[in-house]
Design a binder for this molecule. Structure first.
Ligand code: ZN
Ligand code: ZN
Ligand code: ZN
Length: 151
C-alpha cells in the first residue's frame, strides 16, 4: 500500500514545526511510527523534498533538521546559530557573509558553489540577556508555537 508522498511530507513538516529543537531522521522516524511511517528511506526522501523546497534546513554539524522560520528573504543562505544550552536554532541573514566570502574567493581565484555556516554558542535567552535589537532577535520557534507574543 503506497502512502501518498505528500502525506509523509506533511507529517514530517508538522513534526518539525512542533519541535522547539532540531530532530534527527531517526528521531523523526520514531515520532512518525504512529502515523504509519515505518521506513527510513521514506523519511529521508520526505526530508530531501522538504529541504529542496526550502521548508526545512539541515544542520550538517548535528545531522539534524528543523523547520524554516520563514523570515529570511533573498538568495543568501542563512547562517544557522545553534544554542548549545537550549538547542534552539536561530537563522541569521547570510548576506553580509556572502559578500565577504565572494571577495575572498575572488582574490583566491576560487569559484564558490555552496557554503554552510553554523555557529555554536549561547542564545540571548540562555545567557540571560535581551537581544541588543529586539527586532533583530531571531524568533526561535516561538512564531510557530501558537504564535504567542506576535506584535
Ligand atoms: Zn530558513
Ligand atoms: Zn539557548
Ligand atoms: Zn527565527
Amino acid at each position: 500500500m503506497a502512502r501518498a508522498r505528500s502525506n509523509t511530507d506533511q507529517f514530517v513538516l508538522a513534526r518539525l514545526e512542533a519541535s522547539p529543537t532540531p530532530m534527527t531522521a531517526y528521531e523523526l522516524l520514531g515520532a512518525l511510527r504512529s502515523e504509519g511511517v515505518q521506513s527510513p528511506p521514506v523519511v529521508y526522501r520526505a526530508l530531501e523534498r522538504l529541504e529542496k523546497a526550502g521548508r526545512i534546513h539541515r544542520l550538517e554539524g548535528l545531522n539534524a533538521y528543523f523547520a524554516c522560520h520563514g523570515h529570511h528573504a533573498g538568495a543568501a543562505k542563512p547562517i544557522f546559530a545553534v544554542c548549545t544550552e537550549c538547542r534552539r536554532v536561530e537563522e541569521w541573514s547570510g548576506e553580509a557573509a556572502d559578500v565577504t566570502f565572494r571577495e575572498i574567493a575572488k582574490s583566491m581565484g576560487f569559484s564558490i558553489e555552496g557554503r554552510t555556516i553554523e555557529v555554536r554558542g549561547r542564545c540571548s535567552r540562555c545567557a540571560g540577556l535581551s537581544a541588543p535589537d529586539s527586532r533583530a532577535a531571531c524568533c526561535g520557534h516561538t512564531v510557530r508555537l501558537a504564535g504567542q507574543g506576535a506584535a
